[in-house]
Ligand binder design. Sequence first.
Ligand code: SF4
Ligand code: SF4
Length: 484
Amino acid sequence: MFSAKLKPHGGIRPYSHKSLTRDIAIRPLAAPRQLIVPLRQHTGPAAVPVVAPGAILSAGQLIAEARERMSAPVHAALAGVVTDVVSGDQGYIKIKVNAPADQPLAPRLAAPDGLDDVHAMLSLIEQAGIVGMGGAMFPAADKIRMSLRYPIETLIVNGGECEPYLTTDDRLMREQAEFIIGGIRYLQAITHARQVYIGIEDNKTEAIARLDELCRQERNIEVVILPSLYPIGSAKQMIEAVTGRQIPQNRRSTEMGVLVQNVGTCIAIFHAIRFGKPVTHRVITVSGRAVEHPGNLLVPIGTPIKEIIGQCGGLKSQPARIVLGGPMMGRAVEDLATPINKGTSGLLLLNGDELPQTRPSACLRCGRCLDACPMSLAPQAMFAELKNDGFAKARQQGLNACLLCGSCAYVCPAALPLTQFFDWGQQQLRLIKHQEDKLSRTRQNSARRQERLAREAAEKAAALAAKPARRARRNAPPTEDTPC
Ligand code: SF4
Ligand code: SF4
């Protein structure tokens, strides 16, 4: 065990609110009556349903297949009957749950015959539908396969749960440390990473002690104590703190020989390879001052948030905001039928006192946002450009590297909506790129067509030019040389 090599630049120390749930053990949610399972719980295109309304399901059964790369299959968490299927990116499969106590289980996942160990393990990770459980939702098998293009020296297991309120990873490290080590061993076998570090913030003392105890029996797995700083859980900050190396803005960490995986992802990998189990449940923190009994719950994926609130004793007061994820990077929701997906780490029911007061004024040019930005960007300059639709200049200033972490907005005394602008700006850049690509394809097609037409015209002209000569030769009177 050792302390971080250096404090990554930028970052903030928001009030953690973790005392609401950090000492509450994970408990399973009682089976809900209905699941609404989203088809897109990963970065790529939506999975394709393989069941129809009326289908009777076993727990763990495949209900939607991955479509292509960056997509991940989806499984039923509980036994039941399919009541509705809607395809597409916003699609879902509704399941009326039954037999929660003694439900039939789908067969365990199995790797196809003939694969070597590494590909068999990757196949199981892929079949299990594992995505980054820290919230990124990048399909784990794709991420590992991409990392194999480079020699991976270092595996960093991310126990940096820096968002306020969330204690999911803290509880997993305290209660399921053996599974994390099991997942790490499989990842080592796949990537041949020589050194493994488990990065944990210094406010998680029990988690540090538990994992350090297990790591003493391991040859090359070490715990690294990190400063409690937001957003130390983002991959680039984690790498900087653990290894002392900065990953340049336009490079991937795997290109530099480092693979980062979240602790929850390691547990899912362990269960997929060891027991052939797909991802059907996840642990979430339910917290905030508006909920009666905050806690950490093991929740079937697809459970509507209304059901979870009900099983946490209901509401103490009407929440001013409901957030899926953490308060810094989470998503505000209004519809209580919204389901939990594989990337949901928290459900926050916040009352008015827990929200920042937002009455924006003009920028004071105080420079606090510059100090807070973990990516060394100039938030106030990007904001000024975006206000005037200066997308190209904002891009030059590094808008695409922005993590949308909200650190700049958190420290801004003028309460400027910096993160919302950067989020919108990144969407506009994606749109502009899409239009530029389309225009460039149209131009290329048009140029190719012009070339083809010009070539055909030249060939035609050449053929026409050759015709009179041939005709003249045919019509010419025979000479002595003309063969009979
Ligand atoms: S939201 Fe973007 S600009 Fe603001 S601190 Fe985070 S990375 Fe920097
Ligand atoms: S923190 Fe806010 S007020 Fe200060 S320079 Fe940045 S944008 Fe302006």
